[in-house]
Design a binder for this molecule. Sequence first.
Ligand code: SAM
Length: 257
Amino acid sequence: MSKDYQEFIIQVRKKTNIDLALYKEAQMKRRLTSLYEKKGYSSFQEYFQAMNRSSEVLHEFLDRMTINVSEFYRNKQRWDVLENKILPRLLSENKRLKIWSAASSTGEEPYTLAMILSKYLPLSSISIFATDIDENAIQKAKNGIYPDRSLNEVPEEMKRKFFIQNGTYYQISEEIKKTVTFKRHNLLAEPFDSNYDLIVCRNVLIYFTEDAKDLLYHKFNKALREGGTLFVGSTEQIFNPPSYNFMIEDTFFYKKV
Ligand SMILES: C[S@@+](CC[C@H](N)C(=O)[O-])C[C@H]1O[C@@H](n2cnc3c(N)ncnc32)[C@H](O)[C@@H]1O
């Protein structure tokens, strides 16, 4: 690792408590280098000094390193498996489910969960905990306004029921909003709650190093109740699930044994 980047990692950790060393190096470095070069800086050191001077530069850095892309019903077939196979089992074991959407970005994922759960439960008895490291993303999630392209996979029935259209934008309904509690949380630095029936953590582990992922799989396992399920993203298969005390319940679903 270059000295310049190494030093930057230490400085950023001190300033923000974000440990870039736990993110895949080549990818993160490329993304940040292209950002600072565009801004006219020539090294990570110079860039860090600018971050120290200007909160705008700091926010832009946070924005770039987090990658908030999301959409409702992302990889729809997997959500169908959740709806038709995983949730019926979980609900047969427990009437009130404890659910965590980890790295929930701008809210599409926890709101998708709420819409699917509404097929089984009254909205008033649904409660989803949703967290992300990025306060901006959380604010957008709370606002609940989305461009039409992020609704491509939303079934017509759900669109009619739970969104209000305003031009090319859609506002998620208040009753869905009320089912989700958002909070800032750094997966790589903060403790996890326990006794979850379902943890959804998708499309963030791909950015982490193998060591960080390894640690997180153990922590997710510990955070689930026995029989609880971890739902991961569609490029994030766990290699050797039994070594984390998981069994494959379906593709991208891991059940704690
Ligand atoms: C690509 S989005 C995934 C959103 C959603 N889960 C999905 O699959 O559509 C990745 C999210 O991970 C968040 N993130 C990155 N590092 C994180 C960390 N250490 N702790 C918590 N969230 C993190 C980013 O802020 C971003 O919102």
